[in-house]
Design a protein around this ligand. Structure first.
Ligand SMILES: C[S@@+](CC[C@H](N)C(=O)[O-])C[C@H]1O[C@@H](n2cnc3c(N)ncnc32)[C@H](O)[C@@H]1O
Length: 300
């Protein structure tokens, strides 16, 4: 009987050439295919021969979000009604508010899962809009749980309140109208503390919100901070010109990576959701983040 294979037999020589792993995620495969297409187009390959591979790349990208949604539990009737009302509303051309701001089905389900997984009873939202994410989290709370939802715009806050009044879980939401930095400072001064904080307001305000949440008792020990739009349409890693919002998000991502008090993971769900928890010093898996490599490449 032959001896069982050792690790070295299975893995090959440890001093051999470094293996290049093939991409196994939709985004990775897409990047590889598009890179190949760019190279072939640059080499002068004719359009007809590029078309089949271009079509496959398009299918890979176009099918992703619909498949993610189809594989996610459906939204409640109340959330579907709120989303429909938001789509049907007339948003003034000169208003910064638009229906596309709504987080929606899949992200709502993620937030709901976070409430359930953390056992949160006190939730804080920064940037409510018409209330989709606030209501998604409220629906996941047990009796007695509350969502404090901050919103700058009084008109959209009334719109959300009407939707909450028409929904079974809406009474769990306490709407605070005004600049969120002031609302957060007031809550912190009262000694309020939250198990889950979701930030989804003005991107240039994120640094202040994160500072307020982490430098005061607002984020409870064991609490979870979730930040929306941390991929900001690719701007932080170099896609297109860097807007004020893109720079603000790149700065927040970097400052979180540099902050020893916390550990975080950026999920590429929709426009990116970063989950931040208090670090456990000395715990297994607590590693330092390499911040010497500027991934946006546009510092200075
Ligand atoms: C992207 S939307 C929020 C979407 C919402 N979380 C959802 O799931 O539908 C951002 C919201 O933040 C609000 N906002 C912007 N600046 C703010 C501020 N300084 N204080 C509070 N809310 C603010 C905007 O009025 C807008 O309604």
């Amino acid at each position: 009987m032959s001896a069982p294979a050792s690790g070295a037999d299975v893995l090959g020589p440890v001093d051999g050439p470094e293996t290049t792993l093939r991409p196994v995620t939709p985004a990775g495969i897409l990047a590889e295919r598009l890179g190949d297409l760019v190279g072939r187009a640059e080499a002068g390959e004719d359009a007809a021969s590029l078309l089949a591979d271009l079509t496959r790349a398009h299918e890979l990208a176009a099918g992703l979000e619909p498949y993610v949604a189809a594989s996610t539990s459906p939204e409640s009737d109340a959330l579907a009604a709120l989303a429909a009302r938001t789509r049907e509303a007339r948003w003034a051309d000169d208003s910064p508010l638009e229906a596309e701001m709504l987080s929606g089905h899949v992200e709502g389900r993620l937030l709901r899962a976070l409430v359930r997984a953390t056992g949160a009873t006190r939730v804080l939202e920064v940037g409510m809009f018409t209330g989709y994410s606030a209501l998604a989290m409220a629906e996941a709370l047990d009796e007695g749980g509350t969502v404090v939802a901050c919103e700058l715009d009084p008109g959209v806050a009334s719109f959300a309140q009407e939707c909450f009044d028409a929904s079974p879980a809406g009474a769990r939401i306490d709407v605070r109208v005004g600049p969120a930095a002031e609302t957060l400072a007031g809550l912190a001064a009262e000694g309020a503390s939250y198990d889950l904080v979701f930030v989804d307001a003005d991107k240039t305000g994120y640094a202040d919100y994160v500072r307020l949440v982490l430098d005061t008792p607002l984020l409870a020990p064991g609490g979870l901070l979730a930040l929306d739009n941390t991929l900001l349409q690719g701007e932080p890693y170099g896609v297109g010109p860097l807007s004020d919002n893109g720079r603000a998000i790149a700065d927040v991502n970097r400052s979180l990576a540099d902050d020893d008090r916390v550990e975080q993971v950026l999920l590429p769900l929709r426009d990116g959701v970063t989950l931040v928890q208090w670090a456990r010093p000395g715990a297994a898996g607590t590693g330092s983040v390499d911040t010497t490599d500027s991934t946006d490449g546009r510092e200075g």
